[in-house]
Design a protein around this ligand. Structure first.
Ligand code: NAP
Length: 237
């Protein structure tokens, strides 16, 4: 039997991240379920093992901490020997109802530290191991609010800007990877409104339904690179 593909999902103890881990495990991908709290990550991994998925590892991972991101990749290398899929799902939305002219800069910087720099840090630490495999996929979870056309007063400035910056990171990385001989696709996708701790709006879809809209970018044999999608539909920059 060949070694299964291996995925790392950040911010995966709850919400969309956990649903993505479950969907990947159901597709017979070995999964590192990661979270800031080691016990929450181990608890979430144990839940998936109880559901019959043996190749699941719970790991502590804070995307703002370089020691933590590096250690998580080392642990995955030691346990599975490879890494094929990275999902940058971890995010904070801590500036609700703020305005760009007055948002606290500490909040602005803290948001970018997780949503943008944290995702890039994760990519930088994961890429060397991902490059050793045949092909790999990176998915940056963004939002419809990332689009420059959505920069209205009704969205949170720090959150929206952090996700727009993550779109730019996606494009820069895709351009770089296209110039080497690796088969690593990097894309950004918005799930739309999801019923999680981050979003209490009625009518939002379930985390499981939202996760299913993104799976093709992780599992299909051929995918584009440098795209911004909702489901299979491209979204405007
Ligand atoms: N819900 C929506 O309607 C919606 C819409 C568009 C996009 N999204 C995107 O979907 C993704 C998942 O969000 P969600 O809705 O599932 O919300 P969520 O349940 O709040 O999940 C966010 C996750 O990020 C983790 N996290 C926060 N800071 C972190 C850090 N420094 N290091 C590692 N993990 C960290 C949280 O972990 P802790 O438990 O430790 O705090 C949590 O597990 C996010 O990228 C979000 O922007 C969501």
């Amino acid at each position: 039997m060949s070694t299964p593909r291996v995925a790392l999902v950040t911010g995966a103890t709850t919400g969309l991240g956990f649903a993505l881990c479950r969907a990947l495990a159901q597709a017979e991908v070995a999964v590192a379920v990661t979270g800031r709290s080691r016990s929450d990550a181990e608890h979430a991994a144990a839940q998936l093992r109880r559901e019959g998925h043996e190749q699941v590892l719970g790991l502590a991972l804070d995307v703002t901490d370089p020691v933590s991101t590096s250690r998580a990749v080392t642990d995955i290398h030691r346990t599975f020997g490879r890494l094929d899929i990275l999902v940058n799902n971890a995010a904070v939305a801590i500036d609700p109802r703020a305005a760009a002219s007055t948002v606290a800069l500490e909040v602005f910087e803290a948001t970018l530290a997780v949503n943008t720099t944290g995702a890039l840090r994760m990519i930088q630490h994961a890429l060397p191991l991902m490059r050793t495999g045949g092909s790999a996929r990176i998915l940056n979870v963004v939002s419809h609010m990332a689009s420059l056309g959505e920069m209205t007063t009704s969205t949170s400035p720090a959150y929206a800007v952090s996700k727009t910056a993550l779109l730019a990171v996606t494009r820069k990385l895709a351009a770089e990877l296209a110039e080497d001989d690796s088969d690593i696709a990097v894309n950004a996708a918005s799930p739309g409104p999801v019923d999680t701790r981050m979003n209490y709006r009625p009518g939002a879809q379930s985390p499981e339904d939202a996760a299913s809209t993104m799976l093709w970018l992780l599992l299909d044999e051929k995918v584009p690179s440098g795209g911004f999608f909702h489901g299979r539909d491209p979204l405007p920059w």
